[in-house]
Design a protein around this ligand. Structure first.
Ligand code: M6R
Length: 341
């Protein structure tokens, strides 16, 4: 059943090139719910990894389509005032998360159109929302979301692509190949560092901030190492006090608007003796001069690097947890779907 892989999670990570391909084709110009086509503002509600997918969506859609996105945790949405967006998207791979379901129902009670993005046909969310987009990731057994997360991001990227008149088509066409390229990346040095740590910090800017939030969640969920993500600019507002030679930082620094300032941030961390594992473009001498370990990302468009860095962060968490002998597919205290508030 595990297809020769040691764990379901590793199998599911390796299924991601196919999963992203199916997810991108799960919605088209013709099948996009009309509520989304007409929306001038969107609220996204989700929990855990699905929330991170929603946050990536916000960073991608706002500059390309100019549509403002309000993002809410499912568990907090009930405490917010009446929804004021044109449409609510509830993202839930299981389709059973109680808090996300109640957000959809709250939208319906307030006459707001609702769209569910889920992996499970006939799940509760599909029966509640006005429209459903199935992401077609295939069954996911491991408690930790991997291919369902990448499929959520694939569907959301395709929504941005459709709403922008196909501006991102080539990037999405290339996504399957891009993921295949990174699956066999050697992460030994990074795993050596992470598996000895008790605390890890994950930092990024812009769309790479939610990518790092997802990386940190994956690490804490399956390795039990305390891993926190910060927007890199927030470090100086408190977390910097925690940096030491015993607290490695995982950073991402790729060409783009945040590049120079991220290089500066990494130098400041380095000055505190903090070991740095940096995701950077292959052959980027400026990144490798600062970082203790470089995880190379193939040069590509920022959207593609969102996908490739996500996969590498999953693999970093997986191999670290494996090194520590953790129960990877069934982490302690966690369940695949959370059906109580
Ligand atoms: O089924 P959902 O997408 O609604 O689940 C939400 C979270 O419980 C889920 O993403 C959780 O954070 C994952 N186990 C993370 O890997």
């Amino acid at each position: 059943q595990k297809g020769g892989f040691a764990h379901y999670m590793l199998k599911e990570i390796f299924e991601q090139p196919d999963a992203i391909h199916r997810a991108v084709h799960a919605v088209s110009e013709e099948t996009l719910p009309s509520s989304l086509r007409q929306a001038s503002s969107i609220t996204v509600v989700a929990c855990g990894s699905s929330y991170h997918a929603g946050m990536i969506f916000r960073y991608l859609i706002e500059p390309v389509c100019g549509i403002p996105v309000r993002l809410e945790l499912g568990s907090e949405y009930k405490y917010t005032p009446v929804p004021f967006s044109d449409v609510i998207i509830g993202i839930s791979q299981s389709g059973e998360t109680a808090d996300t379901l109640s957000a959809i129902r709250k939208g319906i009670c307030n006459n707001v159109k609702t769209v569910a993005i889920t992996n499970v046909l006939n799940s509760s969310i599909t029966r509640s929302a006005h429209d459903t987009i199935l992401m077609h990731a295939g069954p996911e057994i491991s408690v930790a979301a991997s291919k369902s997360f990448i499929a959520q991001v694939g569907v959301l990227m395709q929504i941005v692509n459709i709403l922008s008149g196909g501006r991102c088509h080539d990037i999405l066409d290339h996504a399957r190949y891009a993921l295949e390229q990174v699956l066999l990346t050697d992460l030994t040095e990074a795993v050596d560092l992470c598996s000895k740590a008790q605390h890890l910090f994950y930092v990024g800017r812009g769309v790479f901030y939610p990518v790092m939030m997802e990386g940190a969640l994956k690490m804490k969920e399956i390795s039990y190492i305390h891993a926190e993500a910060y927007a890199a600019g927030e470090l100086k507002h408190g977390p910097f006090a925690l940096l030491s030679p015993d607290t490695p930082v995982i950073a991402i620094c790729t060409p783009g608007p945040a590049y120079e300032v991220m290089l500066g941030n990494m130098k400041e961390m380095k000055a505190r003796g903090t070991p740095i594992v940096a995701f950077g473009n292959e052959d980027d001498g400026d990144v490798s001069d600062i970082a203790d370990v470089v995880i190379p990302l193939p040069k590509a468009h920022m959207w593609t690097q969102v996908l490739t860095s996500t996969v590498l962060l999953q693999l970093l968490a997986y191999h670290t947890a494996n090194r520590l002998g953790r129960e990877i597919d069934m982490p302690r205290n966690l369940a695949k779907s959370v059906t109580v508030e």
